[in-house]
Design a protein around this ligand. Structure first.
Ligand code: AMP
Length: 187
């Protein structure tokens, strides 16, 4: 089963992704994590993206699409993906469709965790203290939210027509969101 978790930064996608990974024995695909790893490795891609990551800017589609390709074509993970933070643009959504088609896979569920800006700001501020993520200062949060609205909103419109699409109130408590997702999955 392939699942897309969708929603603004700080909506709780990562937390729910980890839950689904344990429950379904799936694999989390977080492009944020993949990109942060490139920076840690100090790879060529890592060097190119450091500034944009720290500024809360989107990394260009070409780089992200390239990194995701190997993951999707890995036969040991086929049909067991939890996408967290991807796709984030129409180009990425189309690329994902293409890669899934070519690897004989499909999207089974799309969950949109909908949450307002104030809640997100409070949550990310908390995460900043706990996880010490350098990109999580207030200005960056606002930039990331605005960028999400600008670029990712069209992806939401694109997916909301899909019969696999479900919207969940991301302002609920973690356990309540988990219960709603589980109910949709019937697990
Ligand atoms: P995240 O961990 O999902 O909150 O992502 C952290 C940062 O990584 C974002 O602010 C972007 O700079 C970058 N990023 C993660 N996923 C993507 C993506 N699918 N497309 C472009 N940039 C991304």
């Amino acid at each position: 089963m392939n699942i897309i978790l969708f929603g603004p930064p700080g909506a709780g996608k990562g937390t729910q992704a980890k839950h689904l990974v344990n429950k379904l024995n799936n694999f989390q695909v977080s492009t944020g994590d993949i990109l942060r790893k490139e920076i840690q490795k100090n790879s060529e891609i890592g060097k190119t993206i450091t500034k944009d990551m720290n500024d809360g800017k989107f990394i260009n589609d070409e780089i992200v699409n390239k990194l995701i390709k190997d993951v999707i074509f890995d036969p040991s993970r086929k049909n067991r993906f939890i996408f967290d933070g991807y796709p984030r643009s129409i180009s990425q959504a189309k690329n994902l469709d293409l890669l899934l088609n070519h690897s004989n896979q499909k999207i089974d569920h799309i969950f949109f965790l909908n949450v307002d800006k104030e809640t997100i700001i409070k949550r990310i501020e908390k995460r900043k203290i706990i996880e010490k993520r350098s990109d999580d200062n207030l200005n960056t949060i606002i930039k990331r939210y605005d960028k999400y609205m600008e670029i990712t909103k069209p992806v939401l419109d694109f997916y909301s027509k899909n019969p696999q699409f479900n919207e969940i109130d991301g302002g609920l408590k973690i356990d309540e969101i988990t219960a709603k997702i589980d109910a949709f999955l019937n697990v």
